[in-house]
Structures are given as C-alpha cells and as structure tokens.
Design a protein around this ligand. Sequence first.
Ligand code: F6R
Length: 615
Amino acid sequence: MCGIVGFTSLKTPAVGPLISGLRRLEYRGYDSAGVALESSDGIQIYKQTGKVAELDALLRQSLSPEEGGRATIGIAHTRWATHGQPTKANAHPHVADGGRLALVHNGIIENYAALRAGLEKHGVTFQSQTDTEVLAHLIAQFDKSADFLSAVTQALKQVEGTYGIAVISMRHPGEMIVARKGSPLVIGICDGQTVVASDVSAIIAHTRQVIYLKDGDVARVTPESVNIFSLDAMPVSRDIQEIDFDATAIEKGGYEHFMLKEIHEQPDALKNTIRGRLDRSEGTAILSGFNLSPRELAAVRRLVIVGCGTSLHAGMVGKYLFESLADVPVTPEQAAEFRYSNPLIGPDDWVIALSQSGETADTLAAVRESVRKGALVSALCNVVGSTIAREAGRGVYLHAGPEISVASTKAFTAQVTALVMTALKLGRTRRLSREEGIRLVEEIERLPELVASVIERSDAIAAIAEKYAATNDMFFIGRGILYPTALEGALKMKEIAYIHAEGYQAAELKHGPIALLSGKTPVIALLADIPGKEKTIGNVQECKARKAPVVAIVTEGDDDACAHADDVIAVPRTSQHLSPIVSVVALQLFAYHVARLRGCEIDQPRNLAKSVTVE
Ligand code: F6R
C-alpha cells in the first residue's frame, strides 16, 4: 500500500535518503512514485509511473545540482491507486498554492467529493482525480492566514476518513508537518536530521530511535526538533522507542526473492515464536502478554477470531484448535464482514485479532468494535508497536522477524503456532490433561526441525512445479483442520503465480465445482495422515475419475495416500494440530516455484499491497 518518506537535515541533501527510503517501501506494493524538494527556487516536483528506479532515473536526468539537488528538506511517496488511475497526474506529491505547498498522503478522505465541490466553488482548479489533492488545497487555504501547524490542523478537522500525511510549504521553509489518523507514521530521530516514514523499514538505515505517532497526533518536524500536538494544538508527549531489528533483516541475504528467504526463515521464526513460552513440566504455554488470569480464561464462553487474507486462514485453523483442545466454540470472522455486521459479542467473548502488519484497516476496526462492545480483546501481531497491537492492549507478538514479501508465509506459520499455544493454555484451564498438554508441548518443540525438513525438499517440489507451471486453473482440497490450508495454498498460487486457484472442503467439490474438472485442472489434495484422511482419499478418487491430475501432500511413509496421486510431496509426521504448518510450507514452495517458472514478479505481485491500510 502507499508509502511515505520525509527527510529534513541541517546539511545532507534530501534526494538520496528520500529515494533510498522509497526503495525500502517498495515491498508494500505501489504503482507510481514521486518526490517534492524544497529548494531556494521553490518546490520541485518529480513524479513517475512504475518503479522507484524510473523515478530515480528521472531525477538523475532532470535534477539540477543547484536547485533540488541541494535541497535538504523533501517528501516522497509510493502510491497504490485508490481514487483515479495510476498516472503521473494522480501520483503524489500533490501541490497547491501555485506550487508553494506539497503534500503526500496515505489513507482515504471519505468526504473528498464534498470538499472538492466546495473548493471548486472558490475557484480552485484540480490537476488530479485523487482525494489527496483536496487536502493539499484545503491546507493551502488556511496556510495563507495562519502558522503552518494550525493551517494543517484546521484542514484536518474538516476531513472524514483516514490519513498519514507529510506537508512542506515555501511559506514556512525548513519545516515539515506530519499527522496521522488510521494510517501509520513513524518519526526517526537522528543527530541534525529527522526522517519520517509510514514504515520503520525506511528509517532504520538512519537511526533506531523512533517515535510512533498515535491517531490524532500532528507533529512539527525540523532537523533538530520534533514537537507533537493534538488536533487542538495541545502539546502531547510520546516516548522515543528503540527499534529492535537491524537493516540486514530486510535484505534478501542471497536469496532470489524475499518470499523464498522468508520461507527459509520459518524454522528460526518459529523458534522465536515459541521461545520461553512453553512449560514442559505442566504441559501448558506461558503467554503473559494476554494478561488473563486462569479465572478470566475459564470464564471465556466463545472465541471470535478476526483477520483478513492469510491471517483469516490462520484464524480458521484456530477454530479446529480451540474447539478440540479447549472445548470452546470459535467463530472465525473476516474482519470487514465482522465490523459491519453489528456483531453479537459481549463480556463472555474473547476476540483475537490476527494481523502480521498490525495495520490492516478492517482488522483494526474489528478490534475497535469489539473493545466498544465490552469483549475481551487480544491481538497476535508480528509488527511490534503496530496500531492493532497497541489498541488491543494485550496480546502476543509473533517475533517472526520482518516480512517483506507481499505474499505472507512465515507470519502464517507463526500465527498458527501462536494459536496452538493459546489453545493449549486455554485447554489446560479446562479439560485438557497435563499428559496431553506435555505431548503437545513436545510436538511444538519439534516444529522448527520438522519445517526445516520440508524446506529441504524444495528441489523436489520445484521438479513437480515444472509439470504444472503452464496450468490455468487449480483446485486445492482439504478436510477439517487442513481445509484452511487448502484455502491458503490456493491464495498463494493466485497472488504470486496468477493462476486461478480455488480452495474447497474436500467433500464440497462434488456439489458443483467438480463440473470444472478435466485433465487440465490439477487438484492439490491435502492428505496428511490425520483423522478424516480416508474420506479425502475418497474425494481424490472422484477427481481422478474426471481425469484431474492429483498432487498430494502426504505424511512421509504413508503409501496408502501416495497410491492415489500422480505426484507426491511428503511432509513429516506430526500431531494433527500441527499438520497445517508442515503442509502449508510445501504449498508455499509449490506456489513459489510455479510463479518463478512463469516469470512472475514474486515479491511485488500486481495489484497487491503488503499492508492494506484502506478498507
Ligand atoms: C496474502 C497476504 C494478505 C494478508 C492480509 C492481512 O499473502 O499477505 O492476504 O494476509 O492482507 O494482512 P495482515 O496480516 O497484515 O493483517
């Protein structure tokens, strides 16, 4: 999704840090990029559709060293189109006041049509179709008669919707105003310079000392100072925090793609998710971040797990985990559906929000709705300090390390692992015995090594992928706890290989979709050796009878399951509760190799964004 970088320094030219910051944000997904530099001759704007590399080339060709090249303050943006096509005109920064003011914006201004009509009545002409340009003109109107900060706050008070913004103005040289509501903004504090970004990845090359703005914060930023205020211009204080990962964590480290690197990181990621959280002697998990007493846990009557995309699939696995380990009914909910459904939840319900980024707009809204309705609310997030983590107030971090690839991999396996531990903890406040708990703890401890052994099969999976890389349609089928894994396998195939892929409950195929099966529609069957496998084998037979080639994910040594497939990917034996984790790693690699063979842009798939901060 859109990315913001702002830079202001006592002596360092801004253009280099702005471009390298944009490169750090490329993984979020975008379709155009732009830069505004405040030079002695006025604000210089450079925009380009396509990649940051093309913007960089444009700057090298057109930026004169005397003008923009020396500018020590500037703002930059990568845009993921919402209002208006991905054109140069719609790319940010947007300008107003005859080019004296420039603004970059993430989020959506919901009342932009009314605001635009009002501004047009006053003679303002627009250059773009975006909602953002409205805000630039609105601020410019107040900027003529007020100090910069209050011009911005007065304009923001008229805005309905979400924003993370950075603004510069020739009327206030050397000053940048930034603000957030519903769209993240982080300020990096360095000696003699200040960096602003929508994501810490664009900051860590400069400093580890950051301030996370909260919703409603507006900050005046100069190279040597950061002053934060509320929208009513009351000073507020925010802690400076230390970022705990280094720049190498977001480099490709010799892998061809971030996705492949992140698939390979899973054994370590899972070690970090698990570390210090298992109590072998009592057969339970220690998840103090939930901050729930045994009495509170015992009082939970129902669980609602909310999330989107891959996180939703992890939540759907959670249903099987909690219902079988803790005897608690679970409703997994797509966060956008949940937030608008006037959900029936209350103090007996425990709402768990799943989000890698911790910034997904719909999941955040679901958290707010649940807090409003008095439910217990927790979050499982990967990004430390993210908005969902902060607003849920209690929860557990995944500690999977930064996930850069748009297609989520290690976050999914870490989420499911965290849910297994949560279900274990909840189960131990109920009927799950110590012995059963100890057995599960031992299996969880083996998980990193089991996942590593699936990754070792990458070449064999690549060979199978070669047979199917030219396919147009695929079906993924699974039963019970492996059904959400089928959905996740299909999602990976869609988003990175651009193959139409559908995930189904194995038994559901014959209720309609089987009409589509032929020799050209491979079926990927999740056949790990768990209860119900025989039934899925029956469904596989139905597919084979329609000539569909079958790729089966089976448990090592399970000859019976192998006998029904054209191609087999074996995964190690583990408890049924952990079978989605080992099986999904095989599907991640399968999708990755198919996408690679098809020459797809794996880390930045078309139309997609890493963090979906608009609803
Ligand atoms: C798919 C993918 C998305 C995200 C979804 C939620 O590979 O990455 O489906 O899972 O946008 O994102 P988070 O987990 O950040 O809330």
